[in-house]
Design a protein around this ligand. Structure first.
Ligand code: FA5
Length: 345
């Protein structure tokens, strides 16, 4: 039986090597290893051998079976590749040509500055929170102490949904400040939160004004929080962005949701005696902010007798312009690849 098995092995390997197609190979496989195949028949006959002979012959039979199987697999794979290449060649596909190039995207400058600021604020213990771009009139205006006759609510400033007659009215949020209210209702006090996002205004466009732009809201509420805390946070943020200390100043500013309200300016990081960016003044208007109005805390369910806080609304798009020397805000949402490609990460 040993001779028969070895002969079968030789015949099998020769037949496999001579196979010209996968169909032919399948036939050969079946004739050796199939249910009625030659090798299968030998394996079935093992039981009839003398007990002393059985282990050695059984081992040999299994080794031959394995050897043939490996040869079938290897030749099968080669034939498959050859058949595939022949198929592709018949329809005119040349696999050796380079594939289409996949263009790598880039990080939008507004996203880049937002990530940088998120890292800085997170290192100061702020959490990042988000609100919807389609906002209720109540959150965008009422809860922020903005009177019902305030001109900002007019349709020449705010983009209202068509169903504006329906109650409750909804608009595209005009600022990220409604997230102050949402975050306070969600987490209560004490709280440190920033909320970057897109905002929309009915606005004539020019080099520094867009109808769609980005802001980053900041809110800190706790016990005995005051203006020095706000200044410290702003100065730390600026130092993080510009990698050095910048002088800052506060000017009075009015927003119904803060009292007192400020405009924060920073000494121009690009010059010493005046340049195009600071329009010769050496100061750059950076962001509005102030101490959270007690009515806002109350509207969000926080007791103003127990807690106080500060809030600010950073113009992210303008911050990105400052950071990357972009002279026209209208590039930001233009989708112009020539502009975007300059910010490859
Ligand atoms: C507000 O939107 C207030 N919600 C900010 C605030 C938050 C004040 C918390 C107090 C406390 P303002 O309309 O000034 O404020 O906008 C804030 C910033 O957004 C501006 O300083 C400016 O950087 C940017 N900004 C305003 N309008 C535009 C515009 N049309 N295009 C691009 N950036 C703008």
């Amino acid at each position: 039986m040993r001779e028969r098995l070895e002969a079968l092995c030789g015949e099998g390997l020769a037949a496999i090597a001579a196979a010209e197609s996968r169909a032919q190979l399948a036939e050969i496989e079946s004739s050796f290893l199939g249910r009625t195949g030659a090798l299968t028949a030998q394996l079935k006959g093992l039981g009839k051998l003398e007990a002393a002979e059985r282990p050695a012959i059984g081992k040999l039979a299994n080794e031959i079976k394995q050897k043939l199987q490996q040869a079938f697999d290897a030749v099968g794979e080669t034939l498959k590749q050859e058949e595939l290449a022949a198929d592709l060649a018949s329809v005119g596909v040349d696999c050796s040509l380079p594939g289409p190039t996949v263009e790598l995207g880039s990080v939008h400058p507004v996203m880049a500055i937002a990530r940088e600021l998120e890292d800085i604020f997170q290192s100061m213990g702020f959490v990042i929170w988000d609100g919807p771009e389609l906002e209720s009139e109540a959150n965008n205006f009422d809860a922020l102490n903005i009177p019902s006759d305030h001109p900002a609510r007019e349709s020449h400033d705010t983009i209202w949904m068509k169903s504006a007659d329906e109650e409750p009215r909804r608009c595209l949020r005009t600022h990220t400040s409604p997230v102050q209210v949402r975050a306070l209702r969600e987490f209560g006090a004490p709280l440190r939160v920033i909320a970057p996002g897109r905002v929309f205004r009915q606005e004539a466009q020019d080099a520094t004004h867009e109808h769609t732009f980005h802001q980053m809201e900041g809110l800190v509420v706790g016990k005995n929080i005051g203006v020095p805390h706000m200044l410290h946070a702003m100065n730390s943020m600026l130092e993080g962005v510009f990698k050095r200390k910048l002088e800052t100043r506060l000017r009075p500013g009015f927003f119904p949701f803060v009292e007192p309200g400020f405009e924060l300016d920073a000494r121009c990081p690009f010059c010493k005696g005046g340049c195009k960016v600071c329009k010769g003044s050496t100061w750059i208007e950076l962001m509005p902010g102030g101490l959270v109005h007690p009515n806002v805390l109350t509207a969000a369910g926080v007791d103003p007798n127990e807690y106080s806080g500060f809030a600010f609304g950073l113009g992210l798009s303008r911050m990105a312009m400052l950071r990357y020397g972009i002279h026209d805000i209208r590039y930001m949402c233009s989708g112009d690849l020539r502009f975007l490609k300059q910010f490859k990460a």
